[in-house]
Design a protein around this ligand. Structure first.
Ligand code: EPZ
Length: 434
């Protein structure tokens, strides 16, 4: 098993490049199953979750190949040949590794009119229900039965029929899954309280490029007019907004006052207004210029309390990273997660490093250290965003921080230690026995 070892105190400066979005690449891969031909996706990140999902697609009979683009500086591409889909199943041993495999329900229903998909498990911070996914499919006319932990779904003989579906709460996954089934249904589907995250919008743009009739992407009401079939396409994935936000916070923590970190390949609009205005309120200077974001180090970080919410609200996937930033603020800050009420497994680990965090219901109260250093030590990753928050803490901690079980981090950050080393950080990977 691997861990990352970070020696704190080095300045973070120079450049960091943002890779392709993980949470967009996965639905794009599912969408490729709807096109009966060869789809090419560009800017797909080289991540464990992408490899896992490629294996899920291969089970159906699709061919998936990775084509490293011409030079090391351009992202990788993926070629998905969905000409022949003859096995409509997503098995437990793959779905258990990655919850987004549940998108196979909508993709196989949309392409083949049937699916047998393992229910995803929970995750480190609690149950992750799929009731909205199943209700949406049933609204389209799908017959759903449960069989030994599998969802068995069957469309009527004449195919699915468009419906009016309301999501409560707003759900990225349920919106994506139901869109995958609705684009080839008979008639019109209206999704109310649909997710407006950039992941959903870019995914919807790919479906439109394949011939789907979709209106209202990025708003709370998405209307889909079913079409007979979708065509394979060539499509480019968007940059990873959570990676961008993570690097902006890293710069606030570890870029020396007056020095600048340049983040390239970014799309800051995808962070949403709430994050950008909160970042501005901390007093850390930053500049947005096309696909480049520059952040300048500063002596004082003002405490800024945040509440996560669906886009354009503050992303829940950045709340752990924000908490680390607030440990260095001059004052007390409150971080409330309204999307997942128990996503705080990183807090005990941060407190072992000397942070002053206290969880009360679904809010963490952070007593800023007024610039005093955290202490490096052994810490344990529990999930993807918790693990990267521990790396951020290690950047500024005194001594060495050993972030264990870094397989969590490898799911969502491509070559993080390589990128950070290139920007001045003393970080390396080591094998260890648990
Ligand atoms: C996606 O998960 C992301 N994952 C998550 O990122 C992200 O945290 C989440 O959206 C919220 O933005 C991927 O895109 C692969 P939801 P998803 O359905 O779709 C409740 C990361 O770190 N809900 O929008 O599973 C749910 O419990 C990951 O990259 C139901 O009640 O999230 C939650 O409270 C972690 N019933 C809320 O909706 C359902 O059927 C939002 O969840 C579905 C969801």
């Amino acid at each position: 098993m691997d861990k990352l070892v970070i020696r704190g105190g080095n300045p973070l400066s120079g450049r960091l490049h943002v890779g392709g979005s993980k949470n967009t690449a996965l639905p794009l891969m599912a969408a490729a199953l709807l096109g009966d031909g060869v789809t090419t996706l560009h800017n797909t990140p080289v991540l464990q979750d992408v490899f896992t999902f490629a294996n899920v697609l291969r089970v159906t009979g699709a061919r998936v190949d990775f084509a490293p683009d011409t030079d090391a500086n351009t992202p990788d591409s993926m070629i998905i040949d969905a000409t022949r889909i003859d096995h409509t199943e997503a098995p437990y041993d793959l779905v258990k590794k990655m919850r987004a495999s549940f998108y196979m329900l909508g993709a196989l229903l949309g392409r083949c009119g049937e699916a047998r998909v393992s229910l995803p498990g929970g995750c480190a911070w609690g149950p992750r229900p799929v009731d909205l996914h199943l209700k949406g499919m049933e609204a389209l006319g799908t017959k759903i039965t449960m069989d030994q932990g599998y969802v068995v779904a069957k469309a009527p003989a004449g195919g699915l029929t468009g419906a009016h579906i309301h999501f409560e709460p707003s759900s990225v996954g349920a919106t994506i899954n139901v869109m995958l089934a609705a684009v080839t249904a008979n008639g019109t589907t209206v999704l109310d309280n649909a997710a407006a995250e950039p992941d959903v919008v870019v995914f919807g743009n790919m479906l439109q490029a394949m011939g789907a009739q979709i209106e209202g992407l990025g708003t709370k009401t998405v209307t889909i007019k079913g079409v007979d079939k979708l065509n394979a396409v060539e499509f480019t994935n968007c940059p990873d907004r959570i990676e961008l936000g993570t690097y902006m916070i890293a710069a606030a923590l570890a870029t020396p006052p007056g020095e600048t970190l340049t983040i390239t390949g970014a799309n800051a609009d995808h962070l949403g207004e709430a994050f950008l205005s909160a970042f501005e309120d901390t007093g850390v200077p930053f500049d947005l210029n096309g696909d480049t974001v520059t952040v300048t180090g500063t002596d004082v970080i003002h405490p800024v309390s945040i509440r996560t919410a669906p886009y354009p609200g503050f992303p829940t996937d950045l709340q752990a990273q924000w908490t680390v930033m607030m440990t260095q603020a001059h004052g007390t800050a409150y971080v409330t997660d309204t999307v997942y009420t128990d996503r705080f497994k990183h807090i005990p680990e941060l407190n072992r490093m000397g942070a002053g965090c206290h969880v009360d219901d679904h809010t963490v109260i952070i007593e800023g250290l007024n610039g005093q250093a955290l202490q490096g030590t052994n810490v344990m990753s529990t999930d993807l965003r918790a693990s990267v928050s521990l790396v951020l803490a290690g950047l500024i901690a005194e001594g060495e921080t050993h972030v264990h079980r870094v397989y969590h981090l490898d799911r969502g950050y491509e070559n993080l230690e390589g990128k950070l080393s290139g920007a001045g950080i003393a970080i390396h990977r080591e094998e260890y026995q648990e």
